[in-house]
Design a protein around this ligand. Structure first.
Ligand SMILES: [Mn+2]
Length: 318
């Protein structure tokens, strides 16, 4: 798996790096780590993301060099599609990006069925960042402070601050080594988690008023409507992380966040504790992800959507 990627890196010169829509810390940290390292070995690399970088990730070294538009895809010898289980997740440029000759996919979603010829997929890995760390180790590349900061941020965020079930010995060893290469845990955590704008807290206040419990307190849900985002003066990206709050409640095994995307469509984020698998719930509803963190999109009003999700959840024993 590694050798094909290493060969492609040395064979090609100009790389596009991209990831999924609605960026998270793993997507951005992985992209930027690869960006810095490719430059370090004398290659050309450009990052394209459909969406803007969320505020709390703008401190990541190199974040100011990310493009939200691409002109010609012909100029790229290869594309790295990171943290994506399918090409469509890249967003509106997916079809054009799909024409690039060498497509390389690095990912850790269970639902990934391998849409590229060159792949590094490991559902056991905590994050795409951890896989890229392993890649750099195999390549014997010196990891710079900027690369270390990005990879540490990727691993930190996809493990929920080293708390989720995907936090393994290798994850922590990688994080430890990244600290040795210059990543500063306190600086990174403060920028990512303690950089909330007052309007996000105002959105949280509104969301908490919608908190409901089902299945004898084992399922907790929150709803965020577009009008709540607007009246809080918040941005749609501020819904990130809200789904983790109901999960902190004693006895809750699954937490669900319904965030309205447009008039009759919702993004449903699912989180679970321990061995409760929400990936199979998301998969039935047309989505996917990981055992403890998955998502899907559904059309309909909130009542219909909620009913559909709850029926699917109840069809499993947990
Ligand atoms: Mn990830």
């Amino acid at each position: 798996m590694f050798q094909k990627i290493i060969d492609a890196i040395y064979r090609c010169n100009t790389f596009l790096i991209t990831s999924h829509e609605r960026l998270d810390g793993d997507a951005l940290g992985s992209e930027l780590a690869l960006f810095h390292t490719l430059h370090q070995i004398g290659k050309k690399a450009v990052i394209f993301n459909q969406d803007q970088t969320p505020e709390n990730y703008r401190f990541l070294p190199g974040a100011d060099q990310i493009y939200n538009k691409i002109k010609n895809v012909e100029e790229f010898d290869a594309v790295f599609i990171l943290d994506c289980s399918e090409l469509e997740r890249v967003g509106r440029e997916a079809a054009r990006i799909g024409t690039i000759k060498n497509m390389i996919n690095i990912d850790h979603h269970i639902s990934n069925r391998g849409f590229c010829k060159i792949t590094l997929i490991d559902p056991q890995a905590s994050s795409s960042g951890e896989l890229i760390y392993r890649l750099f180790k195999k390549m014997n590349i010196a990891i710079s402070k900027d690369t270390a900061t990005n990879l540490y941020s990727a691993i930190l965020t996809d493990t929920g601050g080293f708390r989720y079930g995907n936090t393994r010995k290798d994850t922590l060893l990688a994080a430890g080594n990244l600290v040795e290469y210059g990543a500063d845990p306190q600086y990174i955590a403060e920028n990512i988690y303690e950089n909330t704008s007052p309007s996000k807290l105002s959105l949280l206040t509104k969301a908490l008023k919608t908190l409901t419990f089902d299945c004898n307190g084992k399922v907790a849900s929150l709803v965020v409507l577009l009008r709540d985002i607007e009246s809080a003066g918040a941005l749609p990206e501020y819904t990130e992380g809200l789904v983790d709050i109901p999960r902190t409640v004693k006895g809750v095994k699954i937490s669900v966040l319904y965030s309205e995307l447009s008039d009759d469509s919702f993004k449903i984020s699912l989180r679970s504790k321990g061995n409760v698998n929400v990936e199979r719930v998301a998969r039935i509803l047309g989505g996917g992800g990981h055992i403890n963190a998955s998502a899907c999109k559904l059309r309909g009003d909130i009542k219909t959507v909620k009913q559909q999700v709850m029926e699917t959840i109840k069809s499993f024993d947990f």
